[in-house]
Design a protein around this ligand. Sequence first.
Ligand code: SAH
Ligand code: SF4
Length: 365
Amino acid sequence: MNISHYLQKEKLNKEDIVFLLGRTEPEELDQLYRAAYEVKKECVGNVDYYRGLLEFSNRCIKNCCYCGIRRGNRQVERFDTPKEDILAMARWCYEQQYGSITLQSGERQDEAFVDYVEDLLREIKSIGNGALGITLCVGEQTKETYQRWYDAGAHRYLLRIESSNPKLYKTLHPQDGHHKWEVRKACLDALAEIGYQVGTGVMIGLPGQTLEDLADDILFYKSQNIAMIGMGPYVVHHNTPLGKKVSEAGLDSPEERARRLRLSINMVAVTRLFLKDVNIAATTAMQTLHPLGREMALKAGANILMPLVTLPQFRNQYQLYDNKPCLEDGQEQCRNCLSARVASVGDTVGWGQWGDSPHFFNNLK
Ligand code: SAH
Ligand code: SF4
């Protein structure tokens, strides 16, 4: 069957999704990405929104096998960003009309951390009278904690499910009782119950991951009623158990990386076709595998960019994977560079707007 047959279908089923995700021919990919870009224009507009991404601490109690700042990586010097610096960056984002800020860190669940984040949220909220939208991305917490942070001003939360397949999830995490798929899923449910706009996502091109798994990931976004999606290729970090395994098996070749990037862009396109009015991020990991990775994602239906506003002196210590780009850039450079990228694909930037996903509000109607 020809690809246009699938692209004209009113509703895609799992087999259709698998078919589309598996396309590799340049002409077919071109058709797929064009169709997804049309849906983007129609359902969310060809306006891309910025979320200043502030990675404020790399302390983490978890030991995910893929991640460069996992607890077990003793080569990383741990840091906390002083509160005044976080607030200064938030103010900078506000002045630059970024519309919103994303606070990301390793996972901590101790009371001092919970209090600290709560305080921080209230202070950021006071900037410009609550003008700045705030997304949190600080891992698994109790429902009470999520509620406290919501009450303090966070209104979006990003927690990737990493894979919707619990068996695959198991292979990526230590079996120490602290890395449970069911817990992560329950966190997503709790966040939605509280009223957050919930974001999730997966890593793409993981060892052992099939096209069926990826199709299930997209179906998972739908069944969880997800408003925002942040997904990207798995990228090797040299000092992690998974990174070592993948490199030793010869699975980090240029061909393999290109495959993971293609699969990631296909995921963006098919997610746009299937879910239509959600926010989808063009993630930094895509650019790690190709200098134009993020432009490719915007062209295939993504509409969110996350310019780094992490303090330059800490960027080196927040490397979840190898070859993370923009380590040398200051926040000014990230701003200008991304604006040029947006213009190059024919989109505009939604300056000063929160850019909430229409899905969240369509859903409340
Ligand atoms: N600690 C929080 C937030 C920081 S990690 C949490 O885990 O939710 C944010 C995301 O980085 C993770 O969800 C994971 O999907 C991604 N990540 C970590 N290591 C990665 C790697 N090697 N390649 C690609 N993405 C990675
Ligand atoms: Fe910690 Fe998040 Fe990395 Fe897991 S992915 S080790 S929770 S920072």
